[in-house]
Design a protein around this ligand. Structure first.
Ligand code: ATP
Ligand code: MG
Length: 786
């Protein structure tokens, strides 16, 4: 089976479909200011590209393609310190993978060093630049502030001849770093600080990865960038908003030199994603610190990491289309990205069965040695693709451990003693006996009876079990390793840390769970590296292109399946979510329509005007994220619960999040109409989280308890002793015990295996019953293990 993602077609116009930059270009062309559009993507080769860069790549290459112009690939490699050929290669690979086609327009700013030097000389000759010999501290001193003008350097009125001489000697290597800089002579009183005689060349004694030791003076960003654009005939130089203040300098430089073309700079909002860090410096720290396995670790937001995780270029493109190109910065919810990934994989990943945490099931009435080959389709009916494989059924099966409960709650549709379920593509099993390990009491096997479906696909006794389980035949299954990836950080803004804290403290210790004892269906023995599959009821997985071997695939979880909640809220009128798997079972319930996740604007537009107004109101006055606001505005029951929750505890964002997401997980098959929890209870629960009494994780347990048995959150927390352990002394004792109990891990950690920090955090959390304050655990461990 091959499911290689088709290579992305050339970046087309779609990302650029409609945005303000496109409008500017269209006007420029209409007015005859340009006859052909030339854009560029100008990364510095000092790290791997991330998803933020993807937005810029798709925009620049997309606009060029859209208007029949060109997009240049240019390395902005004017800072020798951190640049490297490895990065150049990775960047080219990633841009190409995203569909960026630069043709023969591959450039390096370092190829312009001689020309840039000549431009600098021209500026000096024109009396527009001078060599300044102040120290860095003196320069800062004279620079002024936003409210006060700067003061002129004593070297500002050096003669042209003297500056020319000094600049030549800077290049010749006569001076140490910092002895002199070349500054543009503009205006020390300019309101824009960037215009206060900015440095444009500096002495830097470092080997450059391309020009070696040929240079010891290097141009600074503003000078090199604007002139590279002018040299290449770039018409629209698109960059992110933080360069808005640089535009005046950009213009000044190209206006004061005799340049071959006159480019203009336009700024757009950079992409920021929740639960993600997006600066190369921070990503480098993760790699260097061994906190991830490399730039292509599937938890990284790098293009290489996303690719290895199983995200496709098309998914990235549809995400970038959905978020659009704006003029103000904002934070995009990572759930939006995950949703685009699901929508993309839904149509390209065939569905197969894999049991991640196997529990043995013996079908007592199924003859030993008999094997039935069942033809099972790869695609559900709503996906317009065809193909099937044979799935063997025999006497001994594995099912998911989570699909059995000995003492189930009401409305448990999966397996339990005496209960019947459907096996996906096969008949029905009824659990007759539970076999345990005598020593540990652990359930090790279920003895079941098997019933063939009738012709109409029903159970012979006429019962209609609601649950359908995935399964594999034990004798035929292929053992496999499965890696469950989760968000790399536990907080929405990992880099918004207090003074003296490090963003690394926000790492999610559970971001990777490796399951080595999984059992997957035999058809996967020939699955190729780089294939996408959906494990029914589990999520989308990608055959790891690096660690898989023939017959021994390793599966990376790209993204989990959407929980039943989002379907529930999308499929109004309120209808119970399917308790069991998505997709059609042998006959009974018709295939579930897979929800096309429309962009937020579109869903907003689909609401009736009063509800749309309500949604806007929630966004604007209550700060509710757009996606959540649409869901609330469209469901009176939820909206009422949300308002009651906020009345009990004033945290609208938190309330929306809990009402929509956390509650959903517990709601499972209940209708929104008869919510088993009140706003007062939810508000009380939120208050307990917000004041640090309990963690979000414990709060979910409390909520589950309330949904089952009712009660007040405070009382449940008190009765069950769930209060977060934030007492340093108590935690310290646990930390000490864990450290003492794992001498091997401690010495490996101290020898440099810093990844083990996750192990220690996990152990401490476990020992505290999940109640330890994670921040405190991190701090204590860092101190004790140092
Ligand atoms: P970082 O700040 O993450 O280290 P950078 O801006 O230093 O990235 P460059 O190599 O200079 O990285 O970036 C190349 C191009 O990508 C620039 O035009 C930059 O504006 C754009 N870019 C970088 N980050 C983002 C982002 N988060 N969203 C959109 N565009 C981005
Ligand atoms: Mg930057």
């Amino acid at each position: 089976m091959t499911t290689q993602s088709p290579r992305a077609s050339d970046a087309d116009s779609s990302v650029a479909a409609s945005n303000f930059i496109r409008n500017i270009i269209a006007e420029d062309l209409a007015a005859g200011r340009h006859t052909r559009v030339v854009t560029r993507f100008p990364p510095e080769p000092n790290g791997y590209l991330h998803i933020g860069h993807a937005k810029s790549i798709l925009l620049n290459f997309g606009l060029a393609a859209d208007f029949g112009g060109a997009c240049h690939m240019r390395f902005d490699d004017t800072n020798p310190a951190a640049e490297d050929m490895e990065y150049v290669e990775s960047i080219l690979r990633d841009v190409r993978w995203l569909g960026g086609d630069w043709g023969d327009k591959l450039f390096f700013a370092s190829d312009y060093f001689e020309r840039l030097y000549a431009f600098a000389v021209e500026l000096i000759q024109k009396g527009r630049a001078y060599v300044c010999s102040l120290s860095e501290a003196e320069t800062r001193e004279l620079r002024g502030t936003v409210t006060e003008p700067g003061r002129e350097s004593p070297y500002r009125n050096r003669s042209v001849a003297e500056s020319l001489d000094l600049f030549a000697r800077m290049r010749a290597g006569e001076f140490p770093e910092g002895a002199h800089v070349l500054r543009a002579k503009i205006d020390m009183a300019a309101p824009n600080m960037k215009m206060r005689d900015p440095p444009i060349y500096r002495i830097k004694r470092a080997r450059h990865y391309r020009t070696g030791d040929a240079w010891c003076v290097y141009p600074l960003y503003d000078f090199a960038h604007s002139l590279s654009d002018a040299i290449e005939g770039i018409t629209h130089s698109i960059c992110t908003l933080e360069f808005e203040n640089n535009r005046e300098l950009y213009d000044w430089i190209v206006e004061h030199l005799d340049v071959p073309s006159r480019p203009r700079q336009y700024e757009f909002a950079r992409l920021n994603l929740s639960y993600t860090v997006m600066s190369k410096r921070k990503l480098l720290a993760l790699v260097k610190g061994g906190l991830v396995t490399g730039w292509d670790d599937p938890r990284m937001p790098t293009i290489a990491g996303l690719r290895r995780r199983g995200v496709t270029p098309e998914a990235i493109r549809s995400f970038c289309e959905e978020i659009g190109v704006a003029k103000t910065n904002s934070m995009v919810d990572i759930a939006k990205f995950e949703s685009c990934v699901r929508d993309d994989l839904n149509l390209r990943a065939p569905r197969v069965m894999a049991v991640l945490r196997p529990l043995r099931v013996v079908l007592e009435n199924y003859p030993e040695g008999q094997v039935e080959e069942i033809d099972a389709p790869y695609w559900p009916e709503d996906v317009p693709r065809e193909g099937s494989r044979k799935v063997p059924l025999s006497r001994v099966l594995y099912i998911e451990r989570d699909d059995f409960l000995e003492d189930p709650p009401k409305k448990w549709f999966r397996l339990a003693p005496g209960q019947q379920v459907r096996l996906r593509y096969a008949g029905f099993i009824t659990c007759r006996e539970v076999v345990r390990n005598e020593a540990t009491g652990e359930v090790v096997e279920l003895r079941c009876t098997y019933d063939r479906p009738t012709k109409s696909g029903e159970a012979p006794d006429g019962r209609k079990p609601k649950g359908t389980l995935h399964w594999v035949s034990a004798a035929h299954a292929l053992p496999a390793e499965v890696r469950l990836y989760d968000r790399l950080f536990t907080v929405e803004r990992p880099d918004a840390v207090e003074e003296g804290k490090d963003f690394l403290e926000n790492l999610n210790p559970g971001s990777l769970v490796v399951l080595s004892g999984c059992q997957v269906e035999p058809s996967l023995s020939t699955v190729e590296k780089g294939s996408h599959v959906q494990f029914e009821r589990q999520g989308f997985f990608f055959v790891d292109p690096v660690d898989s071997a023939p017959g021994a695939p390793v599966f990376n979880r790209t993204v989990a399946l959407k929980d039943s909640w989002s379907r529930l809220s999308a499929e109004r009128p309120a209808r119970a979510a399917e308790p069991a798997p998505a997709g059609p079972a042998a006959k009974a319930p018709p295939p579930e329509p897979r929800r096309e996740r429309a962009p937020f604007e579109e869903r907003l537009a689909r609401l009736d005007p009063a509800r749309a107004e309500k949604a806007r109101h929630l966004i604007e006055t209550r700060g509710i994220p757009g996606d959540d606001a649409v869901v609330l505005a469209d469901d009176d029951g939820l909206l009422r619960l949300f308002e009651e929750t906020v009345a009990a505890h004033d945290n609208p964002r938190g309330a929306a999040n809990w009402v929509i997401h956390s509650l959903a997980r517990e709601l499972k098959d209940r209708k929104t109409g008869d919510l088993p929890v009140s706003g007062a209870q939810l508000g009380e629960l939120l208050a307990l989280i917000d004041d640090g009494t309990i963690s979000g994780k414990i709060a979910k347990d409390v909520l589950a308890e309330i949904m089952q048995h009712g009660g007040s959150p405070k009382a449940i927390v008190a009765q069950r002793g769930l209060r977060q352990v934030a007492d340093e002394g108590a935690l310290e004792r646990i930390v000490d015990q864990i450290i003492a109990g794992h001498p091997g891990e401690v010495s490996r950690f101290r020898a440099g295996n810093s990844k083990l920090i996750g192990f220690f955090v996990g152990q401490v959390m476990k020992a505290s019953g999940g109640k330890a304050n994670p921040d405190l655990v991190n701090t204590l461990l860092a101190r004790k293990l140092a």
